[in-house]
Ligand binder design. Structure first.
Ligand code: SAH
Length: 237
């Protein structure tokens, strides 16, 4: 099946041929740049389509986007899940944050090649962005995949969300265990967990899990703690 067909049948998402073309450019450039820098272990087109593009788009299983919504992807790497969401939803604003400069260079290249006007890239650590008034408390939706265990990840994500906004962490089989371990972090940072959503991926015979957290309270000033502390000493450990 094509990406257009799979996005429609798995997630009810309608992509235009122009959007499909943007995904083709992204896949081609990812494979090309990956020969010169380490961006991803996955470059084979079918795998990129399923494990990067469709997986990123699966966020829509729990989150509808409204025009004008502000989303941020923390630890975006080569752009996942934020950049596929920016392509699929041209009427939302997407901020991509990563601590590694060369990843930002790659992302800027994709944004230019695809002609995207709804993406901002930020070279920063999440712990620093979380204290920058341009980012703290500014986002309707905060997403992340494969960045840190949830108790640490929530300290990156929740400070960036508006009160009433949502954080969505894309997780594998450890989702419920990580959420169990995050009770203290949720209490301290001002978040409330929603039921974990299962997302089946028959193409790769796997189920992925979306952990959704609503930000219910303002995050207290000391959080996020200084760079490195959230992973070295997760809240509650
Ligand atoms: N989300 C992408 C990349 C995962 S790799 C994907 O799923 O494919 C993790 C990425 O997070 C790396 O690019 C790394 O530079 C970034 N990262 C890790 N800790 C970070 C932090 N504290 N602040 C910002 N970026 C961080």
């Amino acid at each position: 099946m094509s990406l257009i067909e799979e996005a429609q049948s798995q997630f009810g998402l309608t992509l235009t041929p122009e959007q499909a073309n943007q995904f083709d450019i992204y896949a081609r450039e990812l494979a090309d740049w990956n020969t010169r820098m380490n961006l991803t272990a996955i470059t084979e087109p079918d795998e990129v389509r399923v494990r990067h593009f469709l997986d990123s788009l699966s966020v829509v299983a729990v989150m509808g986007f409204d025009n004008g919504d502000k989303a941020v992807d923390v630890g975006t790497g080569a752009g996942f899940p934020g950049l596929p969401l920016a392509i699929a939803f041209p009427d939302i604003h997407v901020t991509l944050i990563d601590a590694t400069a060369k990843k930002i260079t790659f992302l800027e290249h994709i944004v230019a090649e695809c002609g995207l006007t709804n993406v901002q890239t930020v070279h920063a650590r999440a712990e620093d962005a979380g204290h920058d008034s341009a980012h703290r408390g500014q986002y309707d939706v905060v997403v992340a995949r494969a960045v840190a265990r949830l108790p640490s990840l929530l300290e990156y994500m929740l400070p960036l969300a508006k009160v009433g906004g949502f954080c969505i962490a894309m997780k594998g089989d450890s989702a419920s265990e990580e959420l169990e371990d995050s009770k203290r972090a949720l209490f301290v940072l001002g978040g409330e967990a929603k039921p974990i959503a299962d997302v089946p991926f028959p193409q790769i015979d796997r189920t992925h899990y979306l952990v959704t957290i609503e930000k219910t309270q303002k995050t207290p000033k000391p959080y996020p703690r200084k760079a490195g502390t959230p992973t070295r000493k997760p809240i509650g450990f």
